[in-house]
Design a protein around this ligand. Structure first.
Ligand code: ZN
Length: 424
C-alpha cells in the first residue's frame, strides 16, 4: 500500500563534521512509503496526489528511526542496579539476571517488553547481545521478525569467569552460534552477530573458535567489549600475558575489521588506536553506561582524528536509558568534560545515518533516501511543559534539535514506523 506520511522531514546524507551540506530539511515535507520502502522524500506539494492516503504529523519532525548499536537484551531487569563498577556489577547483578534466560517463557516475555521499549523510544534497529542460552536468541529474533524490525543479535559466547548457569564451552559456543547464525542471518531483516562477550570470559580456545566462525561467515558483524574500565583491562592482560595490549587479543584471533563493533573503547593505547584505524574496526560510545558505571570519558575527537568510525549506543543495562535522545544528552556532557563539542546536527546524524555507517548499512537504514527501508521516528519538540516553554525561544532548527537532545526522551516520540507500519 502506498501512503504519504506528512511532517517536517530531516535526513542526513553526510557527516556534518565533514560537510557543510550534510542534510535535507523540508519544512512542509512528506515521506512517500510503499511496501515498507521509502519511495520519495520531499515537499508535500510535490508528493501529494488525489486519493493517496495521508497521515499528518505536523508540526512534528520526521527523522529516520534511531539505531542503537550496542545493548544487552537480557539486562532489561538489570538497569538501575546500585553501587558497583564493571566487574562487580557483572557478578552481582548481571550474570544472575542473564541466567534466567535459560527459561524460554522468561526470554519470550522479556523479548516482547524489550522491543516495545525500543520502539516507544523511537529506536527501530539495534545490535543486541543475548544471553549464552540459544533460547534467548530465538526469543529475540522471533519477536523482531514478527515486527519486521532490522535486528542484529547474537548468543554471547563465554566459557569462564562467570557462574556455571551462564557459561558455555568452546565447542558448544561454536555449535550453538553456527546453528543460530544459519537459521537467522539474512532471514527477512534479521542479521546475526558473532558475540564473544569479552576476553575475560573467553578462554583462548573459545577465542580460537570465534575466529573460525568469523572466517567462515565474513558477512556477519562481531560485537564485543574493549577497554571499558581500568580494572577490566588489568585483569584481561593478566589472562592473556602474551598480548601486547587488550586489542591485540582480538587481533590475534583475526576478529578486527569493519564488521567488529568494539563497545566502549575508552582507555586505549596509541598502538590500539592505530590498529583500529588501519583495520577499519568500529568504536561504540556508550555515554550513560560510562557515567553510570564510572568507567571513563570517551575521546570522540581523538578517535575521529585517527580515522576511526564511531557509533553511539545505550548499552542497556549498564546504560541507564533506552532513549537515544538521552544518550545524546549524556554524550554531549561527556564531550564537554573532554573539551569537545557535540553539535545537535552531529548528534542527530550520529544516532541515525552515523550509526548506519558504523554498521555498513547506510544503503538500507538511517536516512530518508528513496529505496531504503521506511523506519521512521516522529519527534515532538514540545512534548513536555518545560520543552514547550523553552521552544518559545527557539529560532532555528539547530536550537530545536538541541532542545530534543537535552530534554527529550520517550515522551517526545509521537510515533515510530517500522517498514512503513506505525508501531505505537
Ligand atoms: Zn555492553
Amino acid at each position: 500500500m502506498r501512503q504519504l506520511i506528512r511532517g517536517r522531514t530531516l535526513s542526513f546524507h553526510a557527516d556534518p563534521a565533514l560537510s557543510e551540506d550534510a542534510f535535507t530539511y523540508h519544512e512542509n515535507g512528506a515521506v512517500l512509503v510503499e511496501d515498507g520502502k521509502i519511495v520519495a522524500t520531499g515537499d508535500y506539494a510535490d508528493l501529494r496526489a488525489d486519493g493517496l492516503p495521508e497521515i499528518d504529523h505536523r508540526p512534528n519532525l520526521i527523522l529516520p528511526g534511531f539505531i542503537d548499536p550496542h545493548l544487552h537484551f537480557p539486562q532489561v531487569q538489570v538497569i538501575a542496579s546500585w553501587g558497583a563498577q564493571l566487574l562487580d556489577w557483572l557478578n552481582t547483578y548481571t550474570f544472575p539476571s542473564e541466567a534466567q534466560f535459560s527459561d524460554e517463557g522468561h526470554a519470550t516475555r522479556m523479548a516482547d517488553a524489550f522491543l516495545k521499549l525500543l520502539l516507544s523510544h523511537g529506536t527501530t534497529s539495534a545490535v543486541a547481545f543475548c544471553s549464552s542460552h540459544p533460547q534467548s536468541v530465538e526469543a529475540l529474533f522471533q519477536a523482531s521478525e514478527a515486527r519486521n524490525m532490522a535486528m542484529i543479535a547474537g548468543k554471547v559466547m563465554m566459557d569462564r569467569n562467570a557462574p556455571e548457569a551462564v557459561l558455555d564451552t568452546p565447542q558448544r559456543g561454536y555449535d550453538d552460534s553456527k546453528r543460530l547464525l544459519e537459521k537467522w542471518h539474512g532471514r527477512g531483516r534479521q542479521r546475526y552477530a558473532i558475540t564473544p562477550r569479552f576476553a575475560i570470559t573467553s578462554t583462548p580456545e573459545q577465542m580460537e573458535a570465534t575466529g573460525t566462525l568469523v572466517r567462515e561467515h565474513p558477512d556477519c558483524h562481531i560485537q564485543t567489549h574493549l577497554s571499558e574500565n581500568l580494572a577490566e583491562i588489568e585483569f584481561t592482560l593478566s589472562l592473556y600475558p602474551k598480548a601486547r595490549d587488550y586489542l591485540n587479543i582480538y587481533e590475534s584471533y583475526g576478529l578486527l575489521g569493519p564488521k567488529i563493533l568494539l563497545g566502549h573503547s575508552i582507555h586505549l593505547r596509541e598502538r590500539e588506536i592505530a590498529r583500529m584505524a588501519e583495520t577499519g574496526s568500529r568504536a561504540i560510545f556508550c555515554p550513560t553506561s560510562n557515567l553510570f558505571l564510572g568507567s571513563g570519558l570517551f575521546d570522540e575527537a581523538g578517535l575521529r582524528a585517527a580515522g576511526i568510525t564511531s557509533g553511539i549506543a545505550t548499552d542497556i543495562g549498564g546504560g541507564s536509558s533506552y532513549s537515544m535522545l538521552q544518550t545524546l544528552n549524556e554524550g554531549y556532557k561527556i564531550l564537554q568534560l573532554r573539551g569537545q563539542k557535540l553539535h545537535p546536527f552531529a548528534a542527530f546524524h550520529w544516532a541515525t545515518r552515523g550509526n548506519a555507517v558504523a554498521l555498513g548499512m547506510e544503503d538500507r537504514i538511517g536516512t530518508l533516501t528513496p529505496g531504503t527501508d521506511a523506519d521512521l521516528v516522529i519527534l515532538d519538540s514540545r512534548a513536555t511543559p518545560a520543552m514547550a516553554l523553552r521552544m518559545e525561544k527557539a529560532q532555528t532548527l539547530a536550537e530545536e534539535l538541541f532542545v530534543l537532545q537535552i530534554m527529550g526522551d520517550d515522551r517526545s516520540v509521537a510515533q515510530t514506523y517500522v517498514a512503513g507500519r506505525p508501531m505505537l
